[in-house]
Design a protein around this ligand. Structure first.
Ligand SMILES: C[S@@+](CC[C@H](N)C(=O)[O-])C[C@H]1O[C@@H](n2cnc3c(N)ncnc32)[C@H](O)[C@@H]1O
Length: 284
């Protein structure tokens, strides 16, 4: 009896929606095949919590039914599943040294190198709710020498819900608190709530699209700068190797790649030279 209760709670088979070990393995496989995201066994409780909302919405009784929907390729539910498993943590000017490096080193160099075409392309790959590409756009707008340049920022994410949120450009007071004083002029402020909306001049620089990084990319490049921060931590090595090889191909010969603080290219790619603090340049 005691053993069966222990097994029961361990296997999550006695909760509101029974989820067997086999169900969780199926969910791990679907997640990996579709997105490259590795759902570790430690994430089981978190995934259960997130998908329970879907189970209630769909009025399903157990995860056998849910897994059946996914394996029948129900495209609507596959989209919801993807949105439920992604981790979207982000912030304005997160890892601010990257934005300072962009302002102090990358843009001055691109301004020198690209005098003729006066065109700069930046990609925020895995942009979540938009704070990262809008921070990039604010840096662009703050540089007088770029005033008449053709600068565009492409911002993409797998999760359709975060892309829609990003397009609104609206952020709560606590999210806006991360914007450094010199960039606060690029928001329109609600005097009472201190919520902010990104101003039109900044928004115009950014185009949001839903895109799975593991699938074919519609754009050809070349990109001058790619921000892909805190995205590949969820990918295994093999997936990272392929992705970074594709980044080298779409980057301009003098292009830059910026990754997250807990990521590195060791044994992943030799086609980048490190400039320190997870800033890389395509090797020449
Ligand atoms: C933790 S957020 C990072 C956001 C931002 N880059 C930052 O550092 O603040 C990771 C984002 O990567 C996205 N993502 C995960 N797998 C992806 C894939 N295969 N293709 C595109 N985006 C993906 C997630 O949806 C999520 O919004």
């Amino acid at each position: 009896m005691t053993t069966s209760i222990q097994n029961c709670s361990r296997d999550m088979e006695c909760r509101e929606f029974p989820m067997s070990q086999r169900n969780f393995r199926q969910l791990q496989k679907v997640a990996y095949d579709l997105t490259g995201i590795n759902l570790s066994d430690q994430k089981r409780n978190m995934i259960y919590g997130r998908l329970s909302r879907r189970m209630r919405a769909l009025q399903l009784d157990d995860f056998d039914q849910y897994c059946a929907l996914l394996t029948q390729n129900d495209s609507q539910e596959i989209g919801e599943f993807i949105n439920a498993i992604t981790t979207n943590l982000t912030a304005f000017f997160r890892e601010n040294h990257h934005f300072e490096y962009l302002r102090d080193h990358i843009f001055p160099e691109l301004i020198r190198l690209k005098q003729r075409e006066r065109r700069i392309r930046i990609w925020s790959a895995g942009c979540s709710t938009g704070e990262e590409p809008y921070s990039l756009a604010m840096v662009v707008k703050s540089i007088p020498a770029l005033r008449f340049w053709d600068v565009k920022i492409l911002a993409t994410d797998l999760d359709s819900a975060v892309v829609e949120k990003a397009k609104t450009g609206e952020y709560s007071a606590d999210r806006c608190a991360d914007i450094p004083p010199q960039y606060r002029k690029f928001m329109e402020w609600d005097a009472h709530s201190e919520c902010g909306v990104v101003c039109d001049a900044v928004r115009e620089l950014v185009t949001f699209k839903q895109l799975n990084l593991l699938q074919p990319w519609p754009m050809k490049g070349p990109m001058d700068v790619i921000f892909c921060r805190n995205v590949v931590i969820y990918f295994d090595m093999q997936t990272q190797v392929k992705l970074f090889a594709r980044y080298t191909n779409i980057l301009d010969t003098s292009g830059y790649l910026i990754i997250g603080h807990s990521e590195n290219l060791h044994e992943i790619s030799e086609r980048f030279e490190s400039l320190g603090r997870t800033i890389y340049r395509r090797a020449r």
